[in-house]
Ligand binder design. Structure first.
Ligand code: UDP
Length: 342
């Protein structure tokens, strides 16, 4: 029996990849997910990859009573990785209360439960969105945070503040926030990946769906940015590399190697890649003739951001390893599998 980790949102995109990496590192996993944006069949595919079916409970962590009973019934949990959250930026602008209620209550209910039942370690999904458009690039962990562009982004900033304040008065609790850059790609087995509901907002799912013939044409939002080719720049990180960072963070906490009881790290590749570069790389590695056009900027988008990962590299002993080429191929292999394309 390994040590047991609660993974909230464990049937989701990043969550499912993290469950696989945890199991492959010898941890036992219990997933809690309300399946609001993921499917139960993900469990079958996790089992196909690792040979182990994770425990699963379906309920909403925004419900304090259910969360408390869950901890009461699972006294063997030693750490929590908290992914479960709403994540659609546009929807958060339309329904701010729904976003604040869900994303903040679930974190607070978990922290409450952890305190009450003696679970000492938490790793949380934060985002580079907390930096807004930074004045200086790349961004280090010391780069000042900026006011969020959306209620979604603000839930990440406020969640970090909640963790910081909670850690201050609970010295026996240890918390890490991982600030993700842009996660893309899928497991090399093509058995798990990103499953957007409806029209994708994110670049890579839109590209793979266009390549699969589900969408007519990719729109590139803006080519008049102050960047070498005029398109926006992001730090695209392979989802398996990102999943591995969670295992490293959990080990850091469980082995008492953390320097403070609230820490935060940039989790990116350290390389800025433009939207146009990414599109061209996708076409090159897949050989697909992707249709695209340039349109106006998308409201709320920042021009450019990429991570300085030296602190995460040094402190966590973790580094992104996969190339953009293999990552885009993995995204395409996943899309082909779910569409039945050969
Ligand atoms: N993007 C695009 N076309 C799309 C989706 C995204 O040109 O159909 C651009 C978007 O404007 C941004 C980059 O791709 O510059 C990454 O967008 P995404 O939504 O994937 O992540 P974000 O950085 O906004 O969180």
């Amino acid at each position: 029996m390994g040590k047991k980790i609660l993974v909230t949102g464990g049937t989701g995109y990043i969550g499912s990849h993290t469950v696989v990496e945890l199991q492959e590192s010898g941890f036992d996993v219990v997933i809690v997910d309300n399946l609001s944006n993921s499917r139960i069949e993900v469990l079958d595919n996790i089992e196909k990859i690792t040979g182990i079916r994770p425990e699963f409970e379906k309920f909403d962590l925004a419900d304090a009573d259910l969360t408390d009973s869950f901890f009461q019934n699972h006294k063997d949990i030693e750490a929590v990785i908290h992914f479960a959250a709403f994540k659609a930026v546009g929807e958060s602008v339309e329904k701010p209360l729904m976003y604040y209620r869900n994303n903040l209550n679930s974190l607070m209910n978990l922290l409450d439960g952890m305190g009450r039942y003696g679970v000492k370690h938490l790793v949380f999904s934060s985002s580079c969105t907390v930096y807004g458009q930074p004045d200086k690039l790349p961004v280090t962990e010391q780069t000042p945070r900026k006011e969020a562009e959306s209620p979604y982004g603000n839930t990440k900033a406020v969640s970090e503040d909640i963790m910081r304040d909670f850690a201050k008065v609970n010295p026996e609790q240890n918390l890490i926030a991982l600030r993700y850059f842009n996660p893309i790609g899928a497991h090399p087995s093509a058995l798990i990946g990103e499953l957007p509901v409806g029209v994708p907002n994110n670049l890579v799912p839109y590209i793979t769906q266009t390549a699969a013939g589900v969408r007519e044409e990719l729109s590139i939002f803006g080519d008049d940015y102050d960047t070498p080719d005029g398109t926006a720049i992001r730090d695209f990180i392979n989802v398996v590399d990102l999943a591995k960072a969670h295992v490293v963070a959990i080990n850091r906490l469980m082995n008492g190697r953390n320097k403070n009881n609230y820490e935060y790290f940039n989790v990116g590749t350290g390389e800025g890649v433009s939207v146009m570069q990414l599109v061209k790389t996708f076409i090159k590695v897949t050989g697909v003739n992707l249709k695209y056009k340039i349109v106006g900027r998308r409201e709320g988008d920042i021009e450019k951001i990429w991570a300085d990962t030296s602190y995460a590299n040094k402190e966590l002993g973790w580094k992104a390893e996969k190339t953009l080429e293999e990552t885009l191929l993995s995204a395409w292999n996943w899309e082909k599998r779910i569409r039945g394309i050969e």
